[in-house]
Write a protein that binds this ligand. Structure first.
Ligand code: PLP
Length: 399
């Protein structure tokens, strides 16, 4: 079975773990500072701080901007559902802006419609690494005096003109979760040129406890999971886990379990920093290789599978190949599974959060959610697998 995701694991990860085991707090902090410096330089020199996760970086940004209970915040209707829970947990009122069904991103028009006198910020997501219309969004938000927070969870290495994604808004969050472009077994980054915002976030971050044991436990669990995904038994497990009548059910369970082993509000560890530095050095090569694979797959898709339009506003980072299927998605997935291809559908790809907020005015997100197919895009897909993916999709979508 060609699996939907794969984690890059190697001998160097074991060496990192070994180094980190006996490391003093000072040595770990030096590694983290070095990682932040190198990440900042990849992002065009914008100052960054490493955080416990992408959502932690978002919390820190909101705290620093003084956005709290009762305030409205415009978010994309097509995003990670857990973010809504997190925002509601802070007493905020998220308002979903609809997306364009080609790029899967919010537009200046949909954001303008979602802004009210109570709005305090706009979150702009570069979905699956594809830059959104930042110039247009900054213009709309600017007219209302609102900060734009760039959600770069998927977009490390994407560029807009000559600027890295994450350098154009008031602040940006990045996720360093296991399948992301820079993956450190969890963790995140906060990037901002605003010295006051940065100082406020740093004040919280510098008082955090180290919990490297929790990070290592998570790394170990993910490594075991990866071995399982690479084993022949995965084909049977995938068919059991991802069945039509439980579409999204297993994914929710998986994400819930994941959240339990996710260290929150802890300091970024020396182990993560070492791995992060290696992933940063490999970032351009990774994005180049996977963007090439993305294009080859897109060219080979059967006509009823429409890939995301992702080069409308800049150069994307490689994270997930998502297409819309104008047919019976469940049947497509069943046929692909039988032929050895693991496809993600609906909420296994990303969430339509408008219904969670009681909104019925986001038809674009509803339609993309209903038609979304995630096709494997990772370093485990070589030429042979790529050709096989195209063949299987052609057959599965053809009848
Ligand atoms: C769109 C989006 N934003 C934010 C996040 C949060 O990142 P993290 O999982 O590191 O908290 C994610 C995670 O996948 C995401 O998909």
């Amino acid at each position: 079975m060609i699996p939907r995701r794969r984690i890059d694991l190697g001998l160097a990860d074991l060496t990192d773990l070994w180094h980190a085991l006996g490391e003093s707090r000072d040595a770990a902090t030096a590694q983290v500072r070095q990682f932040e410096t190198e990440a900042a330089s990849c992002l065009g020199g914008i100052p960054v701080r490493a955080t416990a996760s992408g959502r932690d970086a978002l919390d820190l940004i909101l705290d620093a901007l003084g956005i709290g209970a009762g305030d409205e915040i415009v978010i994309p209707a097509y995003t990670l559902g857990e973010l809504v829970t997190r925002l509601l947990g802070r007493g905020l009122r998220p308002v979903a802006a609809d997306i364009d069904t080609g790029s899967f991103c919010v537009t200046p028009e949909t954001v303008a419609r979602a802004i009210t006198p109570r709005t305090r910020a706009v979150i702009a997501l570069h979905v699956f690494g594809a830059p959104c219309d930042m110039a247009g969004l900054l213009d709309v938000a600017g007219r209302h005096g609102l900060p734009v927070i760039e959600d770069c969870a998927h977009a490390f290495g994407a560029t807009i003109g000559d600027r890295p994604a994450g350098s154009m808004g008031a602040a940006a969050l990045f996720s360093l979760e296991v399948a992301k472009p820079v993956a450190t077994f969890g963790g995140g980054l906060l990037a901002t040129r605003d010295p006051v915002l940065l100082a406020r976030a740093a004040d919280t971050l510098d008082r955090r406890a180290y919990a490297s044991a929790a990070v290592m436990r998570k790394a170990l669990l993910k490594s075991v999971e990866e071995l399982a995904v690479r084993s022949p038994a995965y084909a049977i497990a995938a068919r059991m886990m991802f069945r039509e009548h439980q579409a999204g059910g297993f994914e929710r369970l998986y994400r819930g379990l994941h959240d339990r082993v996710r260290p929150d509000h802890v300091a970024f560890s020396g182990f993560q920093a070492r791995r992060g530095r290696r992933r940063l050095h490999a970032l351009d090569t990774r994005n180049h290789r996977l963007n090439g694979l993305w294009r080859q797959l897109a060219e080979a898709l059967p006509p009823r599978l429409l890939p995301q339009r992702r080069e409308l506003y800049g150069q994307p980072a490689a994270y997930n190949f998502v297409a819309r299927y104008e047919g019976d998605l469940v049947r497509l997935r069943r046929r692909a599974q039988a032929a050895g291809l693991d496809l993600a559908i609906h909420g296994e790809v990303l969430d339509n959060v408008a219904p969670l907020l009681g909104q019925t005015d986001c038809p674009g997100a509803a339609s993309v959610y209903a038609q979304a197919v995630g096709i494997p895009l990772h370093l485990g897909v070589g030429d042979r697998q790529r050709v096989r993916i195209a063949e299987i999709l052609g057959e599965a979508a053809g009848q």
